[in-house]
Design a protein around this ligand. Sequence first.
Ligand SMILES: [Zn+2]
Length: 273
Amino acid sequence: MPELPEVETVKRAISPALAGQCIKSVRLTRSDLRWPLPDGMAAHLTGQRCGEPRRRAKYIMVPLEDNTTLLVHLGMSGAIRLYDNKPEFGTHDHFSLEMETGSWMVFSDPRRFGHLDIIPAGGEAEHPLLSHLGIEPLSNHLSGPWLSDVLRGKKTPIKSALLDQRLIAGLGNIYVNEALHMSGISPRRLAQTIAGKRAEKLVIAIRTVLAAAIEAGGTSLRDHVQPGGEIGYFVQRLSVYGRTSEPCLTCATPIKELRQSGRASFYCPSCQR
Ligand SMILES: [Zn+2]
């Protein structure tokens, strides 16, 4: 499932193809993905000039010249490919934009957990997918004092609190596991005990793991993505995620796995307290 760094990588990759360019035609093969798509979406998009794409949590937002916004959510298995010319379309290529330059952006979604929407002008704050979202982890809003403040009195494990999209938006399971390992915090530690230096350390770890993954995504774009290649899926070095029984990279203790609210947690029982 694409997480924040993957979505950021996709956003950066499609930006040169979309920003400042008019949409010449829209190819839409379905009226729904995870949910019904807005009526008249293809007609609405055709002929509009796109602004610079933005990311909010795991959503890509493309501003349009009529002040509406195209929202793209990759869901579980969605992928975006770019082509210099009209491609051969596959079965799962449900949504494609032809730009005035002749290039194409193709959204394919085999499992159809993705979503597309047109957000009316000024309607972002009320949009059902966006209205409940917390702060961006890479923004200046995330700080040690802010984190200890929102965690005060919370008796849930820190792992669950960090996955709560109403607090910090776009943090997913992989990077929460990685950030907890980097900051030496057990996924089971009660959220309310994260304060002071420990909160500072966790904030730095969250920023560091996300920034490293975005950097890896950028490298994958420069080095590997061919025209028509799927963007945003890249190999990166993970310290704990998926490494059950393998030695901790810091202290060589075997990594343990446990389930918390249905999600897998990976941690070093020696370095993480
Ligand atoms: Zn360790």
